[in-house]
Design a protein around this ligand. Structure first.
Ligand code: HEC
Length: 269
């Protein structure tokens, strides 16, 4: 919508129309129905509340938002048997959130940027987290990862789980239940899949596919991969670098598990 907003203004300018910014729209799809909500509609909704977020991972500090509970928004649509909610941002970031996470101990909210009181730009960026931003209350109660907060949110869609949608991401039943690759798959889905595809599996387009054409495990050493996930700039650095550093967000054993999962998929190809 960053681009779209700009385009709308440019087109309005070309047509000689007054430069009134178009209302931001959030699209919700579930149970065979699609509903669109404008920022004004959501800000005026009965469910809107003020929410203080002590540790906002995108802004790196405390923030306060006007927001509506995601569960209330979803209840405006028919029930859906799908077990995942896809959160799509305007910049190619696409998170897959399981129903268990959405209905769990952490409470998801959709924060709405009031055009009359815009949010500050995100650190190191020229745009804010708006116009819609998927945020969490009590994220620590359910181990919500940074990548499960979706800024520049544009659409929420009920879908099948990643492993159902993309069988190429699955782990064969012959692999032991306690194999690190199984844990790595979960860590990957929560932290990496929003930006990276795996051999075409996934919806994200922010970063490269990590399996195709050549698997990342074939051209990175294990130590290099580990260092890159912890802090990409410690491996190589350039101004337009985008991948976030997973500093404290995931533990060493989780990084090892992700690498085991990438190796497993690369070997199976
Ligand atoms: C917010 C988006 C984002 C997330 C989340 C993310 N990455 Fe990245 N990643 C990128 C981008 C973009 C690049 C390309 C280099 C750059 O701009 O930093 C990249 C590059 C990489 C590379 C180097 C690939 C190459 O061929 O150069 C690897 C490996 C990688 N990421 C692994 C991961 C893993 C593993 C995770 C999860 C723990 C992850 N990334 C999470 C955006 C992301």
């Amino acid at each position: 919508m960053r681009l779209l907003r700009l385009l709308t203004l440019v087109l309005a300018g070309l047509a000689g129309a007054p430069a009134v910014a178009a209302a931001a729209v959030l699209v919700l799809t579930a149970g065979g129905a699609t509903r669109q909500f404008t920022d004004g509609e959501l800000l005026a909704s009965r469910d809107a509340a003020t929410l203080a977020v002590p540790h906002d991972p995108s802004y790196g500090g405390a923030m306060t938002y006007r927001a509506v509970p995601l569960r209330a928004l979803l209840s405006a649509l028919p029930p859906d048997a799908a077990d995942t909610l896809e959160a799509r941002a305007t910049d190619g970031f696409v998170a897959q959130l399981s129903r268990a996470v959405i209905e769990g101990a952490a409470v998801p909210w959709v924060a709405i940027e009031d055009p009359a009181h815009p949010w500050p730009p995100l650190p190191g960026m020229t745009v804010s987290a708006g116009p819609f931003y998927l945020i969490w209350q009590h994220p620590e109660r359910a181990g919500i990862s940074t990548e499960q907060w979706t800024y520049a949110l544009a659409a929420l869609t009920a879908v099948a789980s990643p492993v159902q949608r993309w069988p190429a991401m699955t782990i064969d039943s012959s692999v032991p239940a306690d194999a690190p690759a199984r844990r790595g798959q979960k860590v990957f889905i929560a932290n990496c899949l929003p930006c990276h595809r795996l051999g075409g599996s996934g919806e994200g387009t922010v970063g490269p596919d990590l399996l195709r054409p050549m698997p990342a495990t074939a051209y990175f050493t294990e130590a290099g991969l580990r260092a890159l996930i912890r802090n990409p700039a410690a491996v190589r650095s350039w101004p337009a670098q985008q991948m976030p550093a997973f500093a404290a967000a995931i533990g060493d054993s989780e990084i090892d598990a992700v690498i085991a999962y990438l190796r497993y998929l690369a070997a199976r190809r």
